[in-house]
Design a protein. Structure first.
Length: 268
């Protein structure tokens, strides 16, 4: 959807729900909130629908309130106890959760806008946002544990790839090790840079907060598994070298070299 279509789709959803007296509120999240950065061609719709107690299930099961302008429902499934994902025929994605007013306290939000309010949602969502911020700021990570997990994931992932367990190798290096590395890189950022990060998804907007490291990560992840592991190690050493004991670095480098000599099939 182009931004104008995204906005029109949001307005159509609001109009459909506003006619139903069981609907107490509608909240746009992320790019659906209208707050910057706005939607682009790849933005989905993220929403909270707030209903009278007991009416929630009707809006999870009955999807007639979703406009047909983006095509018929091609796939719909319950993602969480409260949330549903809907893929429309055009390829557009709608993700929503349905709560009664008291259940809103279970949610987590960052960017949001109240699009329909019949239940003092402003006060409730302000509390939810405060709780989200407090949770995200809840203490620094254990840097020694994160570093140890990162380094050992590299060793295990490269070894599995060299053994021929390529999929497990991909997962350990490109998913598990990457997650720990991102935690280490995010730690200690200056407030201005940290403000660009998403406080719900640690992988979001790294390109804005850590442009140099994000480019390096992208390049390393494009390589075969063992070379990718070497690249990720070099990134941690380059940006947070004080976290990597010299003996541990040497041991990891030996393990990665051994995996490379064994002939990682993905490196050919």
């Amino acid at each position: 959807m182009i931004p104008a279509e995204h906005l029109a789709f949001t307005a159509a959803i609001r109009a459909n729900l506003e006619r139903d007296t069981d609907v107490l509120g509608l909240v746009g999240l992320g790019s659906t909130s209208g707050l910057p950065p706005g939607p682009d061609a790849f933005s989905d719709h993220d929403l909270f629908v707030v209903t009278r107690p007991g009416a929630q299930q009707r809006y999870r099961d009955g999807l007639g309130w979703i406009p047909a302008s983006a095509g018929p429902v091609a796939l719909a499934f319950r993602e969480t106890a409260h949330g549903v994902k809907v893929l429309l025929g055009s390829g557009h994605l709608v993700e929503f959760a349905v709560f009664d007013p008291d259940e809103l306290g279970l949610a987590r939000v960052n960017r949001y806008a109240i699009l329909l309010d019949r239940a003092d949602l402003a006060t409730r969502l302000a509390r939810v946002r405060d709780a989200t911020v407090a949770s995200a700021a809840g203490g620094r990570p254990d840097l020694a544990w994160q570093t140890g997990q990162f380094l050992t994931n590299l060793v295990a992932g490269a070894g599995r790839a060299a053994r021929g367990e390529r999929l497990s190798g991909h997962q350990l290096v490109r998913v598990s090790a990457l997650a720990h590395l991102v935690t280490l890189l995010r730690d200690g950022l200056a407030a201005e840079a940290a403000s660009a990060l998403d406080d719900l998804d640690p992988m979001r907007r790294l390109e804005q907060a850590l442009p140099g490291a994000a480019r390096e990560l992208d390049e390393a992840l494009r390589r075969p598994v063992v070379e990718s592991a070497r690249g990720l190690l070099a990134i941690l050493v380059g940006h947070r070298g004080e976290l990597v004991p010299a003996a541990a670095r040497g041991a990891v480098e030996l393990a990665l070299a051994r995996a490379a000599r064994a002939g990682d099939p993905t490196a050919r």
